[in-house]
Write a protein that binds this ligand. Structure first.
Ligand code: SF4
Ligand code: SF4
Ligand code: SF4
Length: 278
């Protein structure tokens, strides 16, 4: 369907990861009005209807993904199943009914428990500012394969985390974001893949008192991520007083209340590999 310039400009202000959904809704609005193209008044009336019926739109939770499943070459994980499993997990918690009891007045979208998956550290879907943010991670390791000194790894690393010392790559783990680009760039296998999974951030939010999610130490498998999310949802429901955001609850209770035991070795270790499991 054609869009006028004004309508297109208005929709371009919608955050990109929900824009497709909003565009579809506006096009339905235009079609039901018998229009052949989408105009600004269709955008406005669709927005008005959304605001008036917001409570019916609230599901209690929301899960968003980056564009990775469409085939993004930057993805650090090749796993299209996580969002479906998160959806199944969250839908079993009856969060809308729970929030209805906690929130005085009509439910709004910002009351929902939000989860976001980005399949690489570019974080296009903004996992840092939601209740649970999940970021694809692929940790590199240096093997015994002979390095050809080609320099491809140095070029691929946007963090400047790699140096070459006499044809041996050295990776600075404090700088590395586990994007996996150097693994893909290395032609000799001198840099190869180690742990592959997800980083997890809890308690991010915008609003009056914005804060970034706190990153848990480690790279987690899909099952471990689901375990963390399950605990997070239970914690959210147990300690919620009046519909406040997960980040506010964690500010009161601490993250440790959800995940009591972590690997001592920090975020570059896979949980469980040194004996502690979530
Ligand atoms: S977060 Fe990474 S994998 Fe996802 S769309 Fe952005 S660049 Fe691609
Ligand atoms: S995985 Fe780490 S070292 Fe390799 S390119 Fe990404 S940030 Fe650099
Ligand atoms: S990409 Fe691989 S072969 Fe090339 S310099 Fe880096 S480690 Fe050596």
């Amino acid at each position: 369907m054609q869009w006028t310039k004004e309508a297109d400009k208005a929709i371009s202000r919608v955050p990109f990861f929900v824009r497709k959904r909003v565009r579809k809704r506006v096009e339905e609005e235009a079609r039901s009005a018998g229009a052949k193209e989408v105009r600004l008044d269709h955008v406005r009336s669709s927005q008005q209807k959304f605001l008036e019926n917001m409570e019916s739109e609230v599901r209690g939770y929301r899960i968003e993904n980056c564009f990775s499943p469409g085939g993004c070459p930057n993805r650090a994980v090749e796993d299209n199943d996580l969002v479906n499993r998160l959806e199944k997990l969250a839908s079993g918690k009856n969060l809308k009914a729970f929030l209805k009891k906690k929130v005085s007045g009509p439910l709004k979208i910002h009351h929902e428990f939000r989860m976001v998956v980005s399949d690489c550290p570019n974080a296009c879907s903004r996992p840092q500012i939601v209740d649970v943010g999940i970021i694809g991670a692929w940790k590199p390791r240096v093997t015994d394969e002979t390095c050809s000194d080609c320099g491809a790894c140095l070029e691929s690393c946007k963090e400047g985390a790699i140096t070459l010392a006499e044809s041996v790559p050295i990776i600075d783990e404090d700088r590395c974001l586990f994007c996996g680009q150097c693994i893909q760039a290395c032609p000799t296998g001198t840099i190869s893949g180690a742990d592959r999974g997800y980083r997890v951030l809890l308690g991010g939010k915008l609003g009056r008192h914005p804060q970034l999610g706190k990153e848990l130490p480690g790279i987690y498998s899909q099952n471990e991520v689901l375990g963390i999310v399950d605990r997070s949802l239970n914690h959210f429901m147990e300690y919620n007083e009046k519909g406040e955001r997960f980040g506010e609850i964690l500010n009161r209770t601490g993250v440790e209340a959800i995940i009591p035991k972590f690997c001592q070795s920090g975020r570059s270790m896979v949980a469980g590999s040194d004996g502690c499991r979530i």
